[in-house]
Design a protein around this ligand. Structure first.
Ligand code: SAM
Length: 232
C-alpha cells in the first residue's frame, strides 16, 4: 500500500457515490442484511459516534453550539447532535451520502429540532468558523501528507475544538492490514491508510493545536483512535 499520485480524492468520491455508498449505508444502518464482519464494524463505528458525543458534551450543553461535521456520511453524528440543539453544518464529498443523510434527518428530526445544513463539498474547500469541527473516519482514506493538509485546514475552521478519528498505525494493526491485503475481498474497494498518532499530533502542533483527550475504540474488525484537540 504505497503512496499513489494525487487522485486519492477522486477515487474516494467515486467509491462513496457508488459501491461504497451501498456498502456503508448498510453498515451505518440498522437492517439485518449485514454479514458478521459488517455487523462488527457497525458496532465499532457506533461506539466511535458515542464516544465523540461524550467528548462534545463534556464542555456542557450542545444547545446553540456550532458544529461542522466534515465528511458526514449518512449523518450518524450530525443527526444526534441536531437533536441536542447543536447548529450543525454537515458536508461530504459524496452527493449520495449527503442525500441519504438529508433524508434520514428529515425523518428523525421531527419535533422542533433545527435540521443540519447539508452540503456536497470536500472538506478541503470548507470555509467559515465553527465552535467545534468534527471529522470521523475520513482520514483513513488518505495518506499522511494529505492528512496533514486536511488537519491544518480543519483546525483553521475551528474556534475551540477539533475532534478527529483515524485508524492508528501500530505494529499490530500494520501487520493485520498487510495480512488482509494478501487476501483482498470484493468489499475492499478502497485502500485504507493507517496513521501514527505521533504524525497526527505533529500535524496539530504545526498549526498551534494540542491533543487534550484521547480515546481508543476497538472491536474485532474495527479500530479507531479518537482525539480531541484544542488551541495550544
Ligand atoms: N463521518 C461519517 C461517520 O463517521 O459516520 C462517515 C465516515 S465514512 C467511512 C467516510 C466519509 O468521508 C464518506 O462519506 C466519504 O464520502 C467522506 N469523504 C471522503 N473524503 C472526503 C473529503 N475529502 N471531503 C469530505 N468528505 C470526504
Amino acid at each position: 500500500a504505497e503512496e499513489v499520485g494525487g487522485d486519492d480524492k477522486e477515487v474516494v468520491k467515486q467509491y462513496f457515490n457508488n459501491s461504497g455508498f451501498q456498502r456503508w449505508k448498510k453498515i451505518y444502518g440498522e437492517t439485518d442484511d449485514v454479514n458478521r464482519v459488517q455487523l462488527d464494524i457497525r458496532l465499532g463505528h457506533s461506539k466511535t459516534i458515542e464516544n465523540a458525543i461524550e467528548m462534545l458534551q463534556d464542555e456542557g450543553s450542545l444547545a446553540g453550539v456550532t458544529v461542522c461535521d466534515a465528511g458526514c456520511g449518512v449523518g450518524s453524528l450530525s443527526i444526534p447532535l441536531a437533536k441536542q440543539g447543536a447548529i450543525v453544518s454537515a458536508s461530504d464529498i459524496s452527493a449520495a451520502m449527503v442525500a441519504e443523510a438529508q433524508k434520514q434527518a428529515r425523518q428523525e428530526l421531527t419535533n422542533g429540532a433545527v435540521l443540519p445544513k447539508f452540503e456536497v463539498r470536500d472538506l478541503e474547500s470548507l470555509d467559515g468558523k465553527y465552535d467545534t469541527v468534527v471529522c470521523l473516519d475520513v482520514l483513513i482514506h488518505y495518506p499522511q501528507n494529505k492528512a496533514d493538509a486536511m488537519i491544518a485546514h480543519l483546525a483553521s475552521l475551528a474556534q475551540n475544538r477539533l475532534i478527529l478519528s483515524f485508524a492508528p498505525k501500530t505494529l499490530y494493526y500494520d501487520l493485520l492490514k498487510r495480512i488482509g491485503e494478501l487476501f483482498p475481498g470484493p468489499s475492499k474497494a478502497t485502500r485504507a491508510y493507517l496513521h501514527s498518532e505521533a504524525d497526527v499530533e505533529r500535524a496539530l502542533h504545526k498549526v498551534g493545536w494540542r491533543i487534550r483527550k484521547r480515546g481508543l475504540i476497538t472491536t474485532q474488525f474495527y479500530f479507531a483512535r479518537l482525539v480531541e484537540a484544542v488551541p495550544a
